[in-house]
Structure formats: structure tokens, C-alpha cells
Design a protein around this ligand. Sequence first.
Ligand SMILES: Nc1ncnc2c1ncn2[C@@H]1O[C@H](COP(=O)(O)OP(=O)(O)OP(=O)(O)O)[C@@H](O)[C@H]1O
Ligand SMILES: [Mg+2]
Length: 158
Amino acid sequence: MIHTTHTPPTWPEPMAMMVVPAEPESVKRVRDWVGAWFFDKERDTDVLDAARLLVSELFTNACRHAPPATNILVRVYHSDVGPTIEVWDRGDGRPAAKPLDETSESGRGLAMVELIAETWGVTPLPDGGKATYAVLATPSTTAAPTVRPSVAGHKPRR
Ligand SMILES: Nc1ncnc2c1ncn2[C@@H]1O[C@H](COP(=O)(O)OP(=O)(O)OP(=O)(O)O)[C@@H](O)[C@H]1O
Ligand SMILES: [Mg+2]
């Protein structure tokens, strides 16, 4: 598994995106929307389940850290390294996986992302906040990441 916070994927194909309020009620909507995209594009239930789980963790974190009354942008696309999910929030701080502690009931989400995703990382947004992305492993995943920022010039609506 590759883990990097510095080489966000590029996106040679058109992407799908949705913008939703940064609140827990949005999680199901986002999970179902991402699931539908992956079902349509990948037709692989393992990839679909992984995508739903990954976006749930990233989006829940984004909700927790986004300023009140802001929106979160979610994008899905085929990047140069595989199917990619991005979650943009306007919050301070930076996602960082914590070491897995068997006795802890929190701090497990990104550790799970690290286990399941082919790669994941964080890109600061030009006007504050960040995009957290995860790339899924698929049966056809092969290439190593190339370096090109994926998020410059785009920002979620407030
Ligand atoms: N979108 C984000 N913005 C700012 N900080 C974040 C964000 N996502 C995660 N973090 C930071 O990374 C840490 C680890 O995130 P992780 O998802 O692993 O754990 P958690 O959210 O604290 O607990 P759990 O996911 O188990 O409910 C968080 O405690 C937080 O400090
Ligand atoms: Mg979490």
C-alpha cells in the first residue's frame, strides 16, 4: 500500500461532484451518491463497499471540523492512479491517522482509511481548508502516482 500526503492524483476524465451542508444528516446522502457512482462505473461490489466506507469516514471527519453553516464538496472521478474520492472542508487542522490503539474507541477512522485505500492524502485549498482524498484499489490498479495538484482553482461554496 502506498501512503502519501503530497502527491494528489490528476483527473483525466470528467468528474462528478456534489455540495452538501456540513452536518451529520448529509452523511447518508453522500454515501449513497458515491455508492451509486461506483456501482455505475466499477460494477464491483467490493470496490463499491470500500468506497462507501471511505467516504463515510472522510465526510464524517469533514463535518466535525468544518465551520458551522458551511458546505462540503465531494468529488469522484477516475484519476491517473484509480477511482478517487475527494472531500473538501473549510475547517482548520489536518487529517492525520493515529496509531491504532486497541483500547481506544475513537481515532480509528483514518487508520481504517489507510488500511482500505490504495493511497490517501490531504491537499490544502487556496482559500483555506483542505481536500482529503482517497484512491481505491481495484483489480486493474497498477500505476504509481504522479505529482500534479488536483484542487487548485476550485473551491466549495459557502
Ligand atoms: N477534516 C479534518 N479536518 C481537520 N482535522 C481532521 C480532519 N479529519 C481528521 N482530522 C484529525 O485527524 C484525527 C484522526 O482522525 P480519525 O478519523 O482517525 O479519528 P476521529 O475522527 O478522531 O475518530 P473516529 O473516526 O474513530 O470517530 C482527528 O482526531 C483530527 O484531529
Ligand atoms: Mg474520524
